[in-house]
Write a protein that binds this ligand. Sequence first.
Ligand code: SPV
Ligand code: MG
Length: 430
Amino acid sequence: MKSVYIALSLDFIHHGHIKIINEALKYGEITLGLLTDKAISEKKQIPYLNFEQRKKVAENLKGIKKIIKQNEWDYSINILKYKPDFFIHGDDWKINEPEHRKKIIKALSEYGGKLVEIPHTKNISSTKIKNGLLNIEILPNVRVSSLKRILENKKISRFIEAHSPLSAMIIENLILEKKDKKIFFDGFWSSSLTDSTVLGKPDIEAINISQRLTNINNIFEVTSKPMIVDGDTGGLSQHFNMNIRALERQGVSAVIIEDKKGLKKNSLLGNEIKQEQEEIDIFSKKISSGVKNKMSDDFMIIARIESLILEKGVDDALLRAEKYLQAGADGIMIHSRQNSPDEVFKFSEKFRNFSDKTLVSVPTSYNTTYLDEFEKKSFNVVIYANHMLRASYEAMEKVAKEILKNERTSEIEKDIISIKKILRLIPGTI
Ligand code: SPV
Ligand code: MG
């Protein structure tokens, strides 16, 4: 009996998969390389079903003899390890992944394995099915856990502020092809600054939890990606404990609270205004009490350290990080308002001497630093914290000015979404 290798994700099954399996059976006994969450995350969004769930699906498919882990998007490593007589793949990768295909052909040629390409099944794609159906049908617990799964499977992930369902929908559906990779935002940041600003209120914890939750729920109605919520100072510990549950129940994956006390003001104001840091012990207690009140292990409480904002230095920040992690925090956000990333990088180097927990950066002021530099410095999450709202403000102001100036609207048509497009933007409008 000859051996045949195929590689699939099996997050969804459709007749295209069955066709591949049936074709493969003609060549011999099938070993399925089931892509792990990590392998899928190299190129695509984290799958809906986790590896074990997808494995159960595979085990119940007719014709598959053996299942092994396909731990990289690049199949050549497994091919060289197991040396199957045949490798079967849809022919669409000639266009979609020519480099990967070349690599596989080379690997097969090293030992005389053969590539069999079968015509791609048209008009069906798991990715399209997911984009059409899954996005708005995600249950809260699946969304909550998706952040931990992303963190386990990706070295660095990108989060961006969403202040409204519409801003979130732009992010939800944005996929960019870069080299042979698809890149996208991994999730949303619910910012206190932009949630307040959009309501014309100052960023001083004046927006209550119900208002924040309403906004989050509206975003969740039309999206599927995980959300990290800016929880300000967390307020009183007793209130924080209840708010954690409300966020978790809704499907939020993580809350970040900052170690400030008194009337909170925006961190980027630094020492321009009076703001005080909380005592380490008091803030640690707030964290540990919050941790006790979480409903699931998937929900994360991340402590945000304001030492650099208040110019207290890296050592103070490191001491606090250690204490907050001991109190049970699932990760640390280190904030800074300098133009260079030097101090947060100094922090991350030393931080890694004592912790492998999630490390978050919000590079609003040190905005020339590229994503891969954060990855090299062992950050796990980068949050672009306010850019969607800032973009919309500028765009709206410009349009309003132009209409006043020109006394008609034709001049600004080129800068705004067309009526034709906006009528087709939201499913169900027509
Ligand atoms: C926010 O987005 O509200 C934040 C980040 O807390 S910052 O504005 O930089 O303080
Ligand atoms: Mg904030």
